[in-house]
Write a protein that binds this ligand. Structure first.
Ligand code: UDP
Length: 237
């Protein structure tokens, strides 16, 4: 099985990390992520990762409970750093080298984000995990994923979700929901399809960066996407 991409940006959801729990990090889910990542690193693919923080804290939900939005977003970004460190730990435990780079500097814990350094790490076979989102409030980790993917010249953003692609309506609520094989950036924006937020989609559109949405909870799916199996939905021009 040959990979069809040389360098990928994998976006992992923080929320999915909870697994069956109500909060925190499921060792089962993070272990599965780590094994799946190792599988593609072993194929020679260069892997960078952005992981969300929704399992720990979301700025918007905090704001609804009276936390100042900017403070809440700072808390959310720190949550992504916690997840990044947990993922780093799980990946290194199975023998793959990693580096965490953060958008907000915390040199005692991780490297700062430096594009050239990130690329060099990947060339050496290290997985680079980007923490703290974009470093700015009012943004999301989806936007951070799109931004970092463009900066490091990734071939594709692969977005891991709990569903197996993009549907015309919510497949959990509607039994007649139809899955797209491919869909354009413009259609995603016009139909407000739940893929990534509009800022992330626009960035990908402007830079012709394809996005593949797929179900990461089925073990082996990260490899299936990277070796070109049609298991999700591709967003393209
Ligand atoms: N966040 C932010 N700026 C960024 C990325 C994230 O302020 O560039 C904050 C924001 O509060 C968000 C939280 O971090 O709610 C967690 O990220 P996200 O909700 O995207 O995580 P996911 O949904 O993937 O778990």
């Amino acid at each position: 099985m040959k990979p069809v991409y040389e360098r990928v940006l994998l976006k992992l959801s923080g929320e999915a990390l909870m697994g069956d729990q109500e909060f925190g990090i499921s060792s089962e889910v993070i272990g599965s992520y780590a094994r799946q990542i190792k599988e593609v690193v072993d194929l020679g693919v260069e892997v960078a990762i952005v992981i969300g923080g929704g399992n720990i804290f979301r700025g918007l939900s905090g704001a609804e409970q009276g936390v100042d939005r900017v403070t809440g977003d700072h808390m959310g970004m720190l949550a992504t750093v916690i997840n990044s460190l947990a993922l780093q730990n799980s990946i290194e435990k199975i023998g793959v080298q990693t580096r965490v780079q953060t958008a907000i500097e915390m040199p005692k814990i991780a490297e700062p984000f430096i594009k050239r350094k990130a690329q060099r790490h990947m060339e050496k076979g290290r997985v680079v995990i980007f923490g703290a989102g974009t470093g700015n409030p009012y943004f999301t980790t989806d936007t951070a994923a799109a931004l970092r993917a463009i900066e490091i010249n990734a071939d594709v953003v692969i977005k891991a979700t709990k569903v197996d692609g993009i549907y015309d309506k919510d497949p959990v609520k509607h039994s007649d929901a139809m899955k797209y094989e491919t869909v354009t950036y413009t259609e995603v924006l016009n139909k407000d399809l739940k893929v990534m937020d509009a800022t992330a989609i626009s960035l990908c559109r402007e830079n012709s960066l394809p996005i593949i949405v797929f179900n990461s909870l089925l073990e082996g799916n990260i490899r299936r996407v990277i070796t070109g199996e049609d298991i999700g939905t591709t967003v393209i021009e």
